[in-house]
Design a protein around this ligand. Structure first.
Ligand code: BEZ
Length: 389
């Protein structure tokens, strides 16, 4: 298809990590691509905010663990394209109540999956964990494993590099272009934004927590749980110390999930300040446009209490605290939504939808899958569990 300035082969709605990865993948296949971002690139208001994300191979579900293995070479490819490391293998430590089922999975099931697919990991008792890593006063029955390939993904570096590669491949980005309407027809899709009317052969909707209101007028009901997640930064008392990324699986309390997670030093900054957070989902947000970046006081209090009790290497007084908007499918089995629009939507094959979930570790794979679904009508990745119905 030829473009006349407002017609594109692919219009991508959302300039976060998955949107930029999709745009880059479509553009390097020679297609004309427009990205519409409602705020500005690198905004903190969507799902691609913050500095880092946990990167891990372990999942309780074998297909998801295999998908992380498939994502690995795609990360390498992106890193090589930009000459910059994005995933740092600082190791991943999971510990706690090993049979507790959580929104992140279950330690014992994930260890079985690692065993089955032949991924190295080391099983550790509470004593061994405390001897090797800077955690203390863990209940005696806690156990877990260390997986050395896990680690930390550089969010800002990834966004910057994806944008750079997309720009070099010819992608046009419009910022402050909030999409008001998406109307597919037999010949293409009309997208109306705050910056004008655009036309695409295909539209990839990668709008994170903002997808639900965008899709409702098309008759697509995303069953999404939206909430604000608090986290805070703590100073390492000893400049010689570091941590792997970690996740503490614990039995829930009456009020919350009682799960905590955190990171070591960001290898790209080497800072003495590390981030930790409670993985609590109870600060629900009805309207994504009304979310703020403020810490939830009760969550911050629980976090500082946990850090004070179990992480003597950290000064328990947080240096910085805030929150970000998280969105998960209401059914935790789903992890995220990815696929063509459901069949009841007229011309559904013209719309590819990615929304919500713990997706950062899959970003280059999700971008490739979105572009394949749009341009080829199918993808070779096993994404059946994420489809929209
Ligand atoms: C993260 O990578 O930011 C993250 C990991 C586990 C739970 C919540 C957030």
């Amino acid at each position: 298809m030829t473009t006349n300035g407002s017609d594109y082969d692919v219009v991508v709605v959302g300039g976060g990590a998955v949107g930029l990865a999709a745009a880059w993948n479509a553009a390097r296949r020679g297609r004309s691509v427009l990205v519409l971002e409602q705020y500005e690139l690198f905004t903190q208001r969507g799902s691609s905010g913050g500095a880092e994300r946990q990167w891990r191979l372990q999942y309780s579900e074998e297909d998801l663990a295999r998908l992380t293995l498939e994502a690995q070479p795609l990360w390498r490819e992106l890193e090589e394209a930009g000459g910059r490391r994005l995933v740092h293998h600082t190791g991943s430590l999971w510990f706690g109540d090993t049979t507790e089922a959580t929104n992140e999975g279950m330690i014992s099931d994930a260890a079985k999956v690692l065993e089955r697919i032949g991924v190295t990991h080391e099983w550790l008792t509470a004593r061994e964990i405390q001897d090797r890593f800077p955690f203390a006063a863990l209940p005696d029955h806690y156990e877990g494993f260390y997986q050395p390939d896990g680690g930390i993904a550089d969010v800002k570096g990834t966004l910057w590099l994806l944008h750079e590669q997309a720009r070099l491949a010819g992608v046009t980005v419009l910022e402050h272009a909030k999409v008001e309407e998406i109307a597919p027809d037999a010949d293409g899709v009309t997208v109306r934004s705050g910056r004008g009317v655009h036309r695409g052969q295909h539209v990839i909707i990668a709008a994170g927590p903002f997808a639900k209101p965008l899709l409702a007028p098309l008759g697509i009901e995303l069953d999404v749980h939206l909430f604000q997640m608090t986290s805070a930064s703590f100073r390492l008392r000893d400049p010689g110390l570091d941590l792997p990324t970690w996740f503490a699986f614990q039995k829930p309390t009456e009020e919350d999930t009682n799960l905590f997670y955190g990171f070591g030093r960001n290898p790209w900054s080497g800072s003495d300040v590390v981030r930790a957070g409670p993985d609590f989902e109870d600060h629900v947000v009805e309207d994504p446009y009304l979310a703020d970046n403020a810490a939830v006081p009760r969550h911050l209090e629980r976090l500082t209490e946990w850090v004070g009790a179990h992480m003597p290497a950290l000064d328990p007084e947080p240096e910085l605290a805030g929150s970000f908007l998280a969105a998960l499918p209401a059914d935790p089995e789903r992890q995220f939504y990815l696929g063509h629009a459901p069949a009841h939507v007229p011309n559904a094959e013209r719309l590819v939808i990615f929304s919500t979930g713990w997706g950062f570790k899959f970003v280059p794979l999700l971008g490739r899958a979105c572009a394949e679904l749009a341009l080829d009508g199918r993808t070779g990745f096993d994404l059946g569990r994420f489809g929209l119905v």
